[in-house]
Write a protein that binds this ligand. Structure first.
Ligand SMILES: Nc1nc2c(c(=O)[nH]1)N(C=O)[C@@H](CNc1ccc(C(=O)N[C@@H](CCC(=O)O)C(=O)O)cc1)CN2
Ligand SMILES: Nc1nc2c(ncn2[C@@H]2O[C@H](COP(=O)(O)OP(=O)(O)OP(=O)(O)O)[C@@H](O)[C@H]2O)c(=O)[nH]1
Ligand SMILES: [Mg+2]
Length: 445
């Protein structure tokens, strides 16, 4: 994109009418723009109320302004902020005035964050945390995004990378001074356990952490079963909204219908599907095929059966596949048991609501257990997983080599692992390796 010398501006609060709108400016001309529009520059990082005027001197609004000089700003550049009334004309008057100024242009999507990264204010995982925080819909998503924005994931990866750089330094010393006494033995004694520990730690995160990805993308619960079992009625009861068509005609639902719920802080997508049965209707059969695909991809299946029906409906249930709970519906018709019967069986009536609350509580508990709590997930994206897998693979290869005969090959694998980790935080830098060598080995002595 650009060299970073442009001054950029944007409406940073959402578009559309709002009580208050925030317009941010970042770059070398931010101070000049602020002075032109408000007649001065206030004390830094203190909000003051000022009239904001266009180039003809006409008042656009009276609003709060902020002066946030670099490098101690969000982007690291000089920044200014206008907090104005959120009316369309106020915002467009301000934006048009800024657009008409020399050296200023509208920011591209994410450009403030990109500049923060470019100026070393945020690493890549922090940038991703910021993006996730803006998208966060549930409490766990928010907590995870905040931890990542505050640098906790980055710290863990950076710690691994620092240890690797130390090991590389040991290796390089082995390569460079292989003729000197004792150095190689020392190197060998140190590198093997370092590499083994690192690999175990990284693999530990890879194994126990679909959690981070689940928190970000959520879990999927699929409501399935024979036609007329009461699937769409249950979806409506869970969503407390009339989202799916309910009718006495078997084969009512064709397309899958999805509703997002927050259960135990976890985003859960509930999917209502077409009743599964053999049918001569081509459209219904397509619905059945889709239902079967949803069942196969689900994190949990609720298999519904009408407790008032003559046949149980269990004959069509999937024999293999995801975790499944069995739900007897329409218990109002048969005076059946409402609520949780055992770990995987429930009874309910969507009509009276009996047992629906217990199913919801069961689902919330399941979602919380699936996502777990405890250690901080480092891996929240496929990108992280890929890089950590490639680091772990390089460490495995390094572990299979003999550093005494092949110190350069070992160093190469360790460097590959360090680079993969560096790509996670966006901080790959060979200078680090050299720095570590000089610091730890006092070579100049
Ligand atoms: N009005 C307003 N509210 C906002 C933001 C903003 O830009 N403007 N933010 C935008 O994301 C978030 C707050 N994030 C921020 C992060 C860092 C700095 C900042 O100035 N950092 C300096 C100094 C930090 C300090 O004083 O401790 C720095 O990092 O050097 C400002 C906002 C949410 N609320
Ligand atoms: N008495 C009673 N009737 C119910 C209950 N739940 C659903 N029904 C009725 O059962 C019929 C079928 O309900 P749906 O929710 O459309 O069933 P479905 O499983 O989505 O059916 P398909 O989409 O055709 O596969 C409707 O007439 C509902 O009113 C219940 O808890 N009690
Ligand atoms: Mg239905």
């Amino acid at each position: 994109m650009n060299s970073g010398t442009d001054t950029i501006f944007a409406l940073s609060s959402g578009s559309g009418k709002a009580g208050v709108a925030v317009v941010r400016i970042s770059g070398p001309d931010a101070g000049a723009a602020l002075r032109d529009l408000t007649g001065g520059i206030p004390k830094e990082r203190h909000a003051v109320l000022r009239s904001i005027r266009d180039r003809n001197g006409e008042k656009i609004d009276r609003g709060l302004i902020l002066w946030l000089p670099g490098p101690g700003s969000f982007t690291g550049e000089d920044m200014a902020e206008f907090q104005v009334h959120g009316g369309r004309s106020v915002v467009s008057g301000l934006i048009e005035t800024l657009a008409g100024m020399e050296g200023l242009r509208p920011a591209e999507p994410g450009e403030f964050a990109r500049r923060a990264f470019g100026n070393g204010k945020l690493d890549l995982t922090e940038i991703e945390g910021l993006a996730d925080l803006i998208d966060a819909e549930t409490v766990l998503q928010r907590r995870q995004a905040l931890r990542q924005l505050e640098g906790r994931s980055g710290e863990i990866v950076e710690d691994w990378r620092r240890r690797l750089i130390g090991a590389i330094a040991l290796c390089e010393a082995g390569i460079d001074f292989v003729d000197e006494d004792d150095v190689s033995d020392e190197v060998g004694a140190d590198i093997t356990p370092i590499v083994a520990h690192l690999r175990a730690e990284i693999c530990g995160h890879l194994e126990e952490e679909p959690r981070g990805e689940s928190i970000r993308t959520g879990l999927t619960v699929v409501i399935a079963g024979p036609p007329n079992a009461g699937k769409s009625s249950l979806l409506n009861a869970l969503a407390r909204r009339d989202v799916a068509i309910v009718a006495d005609v078997p084969g009512t639902t064709r397309d899958a219908i999805e509703v997002r719920l927050e259960l135990g802080g976890v985003p859960v997508t509930m999917v209502d599907t077409a009743g599964i049965r053999a049918s001569g209707d081509e459209i219904e059969m397509e619905g059945v095929r889709r239902a079967e695909r949803h069942v196969a991809d689900a994190d949990l299946v609720l298999w519904l059966a009408d407790s008032s029906a003559e046949t149980s409906g269990l004959e069509t249930r999937p024999r293999t596949g995801p975790e499944t709970w069995w739900v007897s519906t329409k218990i109002d018709l048969v005076d059946g048991v409402a609520g949780r019967i055992d770990a995987v069986r429930f009874g309910l009536s969507a009509l009276s609501g009996a047992g629906v609350g217990e199913l919801l509580r069961g689902l919330a508990e399941w979602a919380t257990n699936r996502v777990g709590s405890g250690t901080i997930p480092v891996i929240t994206r496929v990108r992280h997983r890929r890089e950590l897998e490639s680091a772990a693979a390089a460490l495995e290869r390094a572990g299979g080599l003999d550093y005494r005969s092949d110190p350069d090959l070992v160093a190469e694998e360790l460097r590959a692992a360090a680079n993969a980790l560096g790509r996670v935080t966006g901080r790959i830098d060979v200078e680090d390796v050299l720095d570590a060598i000089f610091r730890d080995f006092c070579i100049g002595k």
